[in-house]
Design a protein around this ligand. Structure first.
Ligand SMILES: Nc1ncnc2c1ncn2[C@@H]1O[C@H](COP(=O)(O)OP(=O)(O)OP(=O)(O)O)[C@@H](O)[C@H]1O
Length: 257
């Protein structure tokens, strides 16, 4: 068996839902599934998730010659070897070398197992990657557009063996009752247009997009936002999931401060 798949879908199409469903299905039969993600905040949404770098002991200073520090025969090597499936969310965010490093590592670990297949990526282990290339791509210090594309997973030798599966319906917009549903749909369409390079004026390979000011830059509006996200903060300081379940994201730490 074995195989490499990529689950491709815009935000809200049900990728996380699918990871959870597959995890429940495999674990209910006593099987092992390793759920990882490229960044910490996504890990919070995955059942028993870990960051990929931590789970597979991949170095932060990654390059094409990097290796995972997993020893043949170690408990971690045996766990990986027994896993029925590895899922890796937000794949486009990090360098292709992370996947190539894992590929080398799994070939090494699985070499003596019955399921080993030298012709398949990851030595024949089933690996499902997922994400949306419209979202964040690898960050390359002072890198050009070409450098970023070159470092992304679809420029890897692994990509030729990858079967792309697409989720196309935005489930987040199809569920429940929401008074602002039309507003949310418009926002989702606008985000898609940015991702597909259809918003704004394209000049000389760059496009300028006008971002509507969702929050007016007054301190009162900011206080309202904080109260909305963190209601009754003081009385909830010791509630276990209070801070885990909510976050305000900002493009830079100076804005958060
Ligand atoms: N097949 C489904 N049946 C019922 N509800 C679903 C299904 N798929 C997704 N949902 C619901 O739709 C919403 C969005 O799904 P989900 O969070 O899995 O999307 P996502 O692709 O991971 O989004 P993002 O990329 O923004 O994290 C969730 O509330 C989820 O429970």
């Amino acid at each position: 068996m074995g195989g490499l798949f990529f689950l491709y879908g815009q935000g809200g199409c049900g990728k996380t839902f699918l990871w959870s469903t597959i995890s429940c299905s495999i674990r209910s039969k006593g099987g092992i599934i390793l759920n990882v993600a490229s960044c910490g905040i996504v890990v919070l949404l995955l059942p028993n998730g870990r960051t990929a770098l931590s789970r597979f002991k991949i170095s932060l200073a990654i390059n094409k010659d990097s290796l995972c520090s997993i020893k043949q025969g170690s408990p971690l090597a045996r766990l990986i070897s027994k896993a029925k499936l590895i899922t890796w969310d937000e794949t486009p965010m990090i360098s292709k070398y992370c996947y190539e490093t894992l590929d080398k590592c799994l070939r090494d670990i699985l070499r003596c197992s019955d399921s080993y297949n030298a012709h398949l990526p990851f030595g024949g282990k089933v690996v499902v990657l997922g994400g949306d290339f419209r979202q964040i791509l690898p960050v390359i210090l002072r890198g050009s557009r070409q450098d970023i594309i070159q470092s992304s997973i679809n420029s890897s030798y692994l990509w030729h063996n990858c079967k792309v599966l697409k989720l196309t319906k935005n489930m987040r917009l199809s569920l429940g009752e929401n008074n602002n549903i039309q507003e949310l749909r418009n926002f989702a369409e606008w985000l898609l247009k940015i991702g597909d390079d259809l918003a704004g004026d394209i000049t000389d390979g760059k496009s300028i997009v006008h971002i509507p000011s969702l929050i007016k830059s007054s301190e009162i509006a900011l206080d309202d936002l904080i109260d909305f996200v963190y209601p009754d903060m003081l009385s909830n300081l010791s509630v276990e999931n209070y801070f885990k379940d909510r976050a305000i994201l900002a493009p830079s730490s100076s804005i958060k401060g």
